[in-house]
Design a protein around this ligand. Structure first.
Ligand SMILES: NC(=O)C1=CN([C@@H]2O[C@H](COP(=O)(O)OP(=O)(O)OC[C@H]3O[C@@H](n4cnc5c(N)ncnc54)[C@H](OP(=O)(O)O)[C@@H]3O)[C@@H](O)[C@H]2O)C=CC1
Ligand SMILES: CC(C)(CO)C(=O)C(=O)O
Length: 367
């Protein structure tokens, strides 16, 4: 194993803490950067980070006080925070990224890898940017020093832009986290491999009053037969878009099987099984949850756009965007900062397919 590459995580939430714990267990010495500083205040003051559950460990991660420090002191940068923070964090990191870096986005949202590749190209820099379709673990940060890790996934879909850098990026991911990665054909496949937006749409729609009332509720147990059927129908829309693009992506059945180690059955039955074995998770106890505020603008919106582009309209996804916008009194379709910055509407499907492998929608000035 190559333990020589120093690794820094942008983020200090559930996934950054859980991923840092995994890295520590594998013999690495991870660094964490909290964009506001609040997320690492106690760790910076000397408290250890404790992981419980699927990873049990206690250690002192290195702490960065800025994006510049994270980039200066690490060769591998892992972005591990919700999509609504990606543009801010990529803007902060990009000026400090040099040719010796590799970047991993965990999990990738809304063509963030294209956004970063283009920012770097403006400075004449190209690095492997690897997009993960989901996270290596799941979990919940319990406090400023503790994370509950619910599961470590057997398989995570990934791709790298530019595509020529795929082999070295895959090797890096395996060095850091083990043989847990399934290469996919470009960023559109990865965007369509992230099942959270569709799953969270069904789960949040069916449980919105629990969320608003701040209740504590089991997520897996509440994927009842009706909710399970909705998730399966949402999945058919996503798979139909992938087929139109000639892309292979995981099904919702594979997703739950590979992530939560339950036998394949109906989606409701698989979730009941997860609940019974203790990794069904707890649903959000607030309406201000990334299940909606991240997954609608940064997930459903891109899937719906791809559906329109390939002539396979994702009617249920489109309905989800409209229903949540009405419920929240917001225009979620307009909230995606990355797609707005990329000016996605100006480009054709062929442009997008090319960018999915090169990382570039437009040529850098002077190229
Ligand atoms: N948790 C899970 O089990 C799973 C999570 N995911 C995905 O993984 C990603 C990370 O999730 P998770 O760690 O749970 O999320 P968290 O909400 O726990 O992430 C919190 C971190 O995000 C930072 N952050 C929040 N908003 C912003 C912003 N506007 N600008 C900059 N930074 C911001 C916080 O910064 P600060 O430190 O400054 O407060 C903090 O470091 C998400 O995309 C999520 O959908 C996917 C599957 C499972
Ligand atoms: C809880 C879980 C693992 C499944 O919905 C998840 O994906 C999340 O927290 O984002």
């Amino acid at each position: 194993m190559d333990v020589s590459k120093t690794t820094g995580l942008a983020g200090a939430g559930s996934i950054a803490f859980g991923t840092a714990a995994l890295l520590h267990e594998a013999g690495h010495n991870p660094m964490l950067w909290s964009p506001s500083g609040a997320g690492t205040a106690e760790l910076a003051a000397g408290a250890p980070l404790t992981a419980k559950g699927a990873v049990e460990t206690e250690f002192h991660p290195r702490i960065a006080d800025s994006a510049a420090m994270l980039a200066r002191e690490n060769e591998v940068l892992i972005v591990a925070l919700p999509g609504y923070g990606h543009k801010t964090v990529l803007d902060a990191l990009a000026p400090h990224i040099g040719p010796h870096h590799q970047v991993i986005i965990s999990s990738h949202a809304s063509l963030g890898a294209v956004y970063l590749t283009q920012l770097l190209a403006e400075r004449g820099i190209s690095v492997p940017v690897t997009a993960w379709g989901t996270t290596i673990c799941t979990g919940r940060r319990q406090s400023g020093t503790e994370v509950q890790v619910n599961t470590v996934r057997s398989r995570v879909d990934l791709c790298t832009v530019p595509v020529e850098r795929s082999d070295e990026a895959l090797e890096l991911c395996r060095d850091l986290f083990g043989d847990r990665f399934q290469p996919r054909d470009g960023l559109l496949a990865i965007s369509l491999s992230n099942l959270n937006p569709q799953n969270h749409m069904g789960i949040a729609l069916a449980n919105i009053t629990r969320m608003e009332r701040g209740e504590t509720w089991s997520q897996g147990q509440n994927v009842t037969p009706a909710v399970g059927r909705l998730l399966e129908r949402l999945d058919l829309e996503r798979l139909s878009i992938a087929r139109a693009l000639d892309l292979e992506v995981r099904t919702i059945f594979e997703h739950f099987h590979l992530s939560f180690h339950v036998p394949v059955a109906s989606i409701s039955e698989m979730n009941q099984q997860m609940h019974a074995q203790g990794n069904g998770g707890t649903g959000p106890a607030t309406a201000d949850s990334r299940y909606v505020t991240e997954d609608v603008p940064y997930g459903l919106v891109l899937t719906a756009e791809l559906g329109r582009l390939v002539g396979r309209p994702a009617i249920l996804h489109e309905a989800g965007i409209r229903i949540f916008s009405a419920m929240y009194g917001r225009d979620f379709a307009a909230e995606n900062e990355i797609l707005a910055a990329l000016d996605l509407n100006r480009f054709t499907l062929d442009d997008l397919k090319r960018a999915a492998r090169t990382g570039l929608l437009r040529q850098p000035a002077g190229a």
